[in-house]
Design a protein around this ligand. Structure first.
Ligand SMILES: [Zn+2]
Length: 233
């Protein structure tokens, strides 16, 4: 968690400051906010919401960004939240993106913050769980927003915070996710010059940062198998 959280800063600063070394005060701020980020993450973990249904999660994000004085837009691609932080100095626009949805998975553990949420998904009773780590992504980006909003004087350009719904795919028959956000103009006004996404990964050793330009961890594809199907000749 801690290492992952810190991971975003070198990437971001390397871009913004053209390879100057990261500011030590930002690193100290990241250490200072860690407990709060863990608290957010546990709260979001306990209250997961499925794709295109992330209304309460979005409210928490929006309230936090607004408390920081960040200009926000809500209801983007249904439940998405976008925040814009203008730095004091001119420069390019960098977007930082976190996905916010949970999965139709029943949580089986005894953690104090375990999810007890139940729902009906595609006709079946199921639990709802942040089983893919998006709770951490939300908390991390909320923390990053707080730190960067306190350092506007050091930002060359603009930071766009993108909290994206429905990364796991919208429910059947609905639009959603990154595609709908882009369709609704999330990469425009101001136009995004570069974007960073982050995903935690339990297969990567703690303390290791893995990164890749371009696409990675692309969405799942779905197919339907029908019984009694025969080709027409
Ligand atoms: Zn995921």
């Amino acid at each position: 968690m801690k290492k992952t959280f810190l991971a975003l800063f070198p990437l971001f600063l390397a871009y913004q400051a053209q390879a100057q070394s990261p500011d030590p005060t930002l690193m100290a701020d990241a250490e200072a906010i860690e407990e709060q980020v863990i608290e957010w993450r546990r709260d979001i973990h306990e209250h997961p919401e499925l794709s295109n249904r992330e209304t309460e999660t979005a409210k928490k994000i929006a309230a936090h960004l607004e408390s920081l004085g960040i200009k926000i837009q809500t209801g983007v691609a249904k439940t998405g939240v976008v925040g814009i932080l203008k730095g004091d100095n001119p420069g390019k626009v960098v977007a930082l993106r976190a996905d916010i949805d949970a999965l139709p998975v029943t949580e089986r553990n005894d953690l104090a913050f375990k999810s007890e949420v139940k729902t009906t998904f595609m006709g079946s009773e199921t639990g709802v769980m942040h089983a893919c780590g998006h709770d951490t992504h939300v908390a991390i980006l909320m923390g990053v927003a707080e730190i960067l909003s306190n350092h506007k004087d050091k930002i060359n350009g603009t930071v766009k915070f993108i909290f994206q719904p429905a990364e796991e795919g919208p429910p059947p028959g609905e639009e959603g996710g990154a595609k709908l956000m882009i369709k609704e103009g999330v990469l425009k006004n101001p136009d995004v010059d570069a974007i960073f996404g982050l995903h935690i990964n339990s297969a990567t050793p703690v303390g290791t940062i893995a990164y890749k330009p371009g696409g990675t961890m692309a969405a799942v594809e779905r197919f339907v198998v029908r019984k009694n199907f025969s080709y027409a000749h």
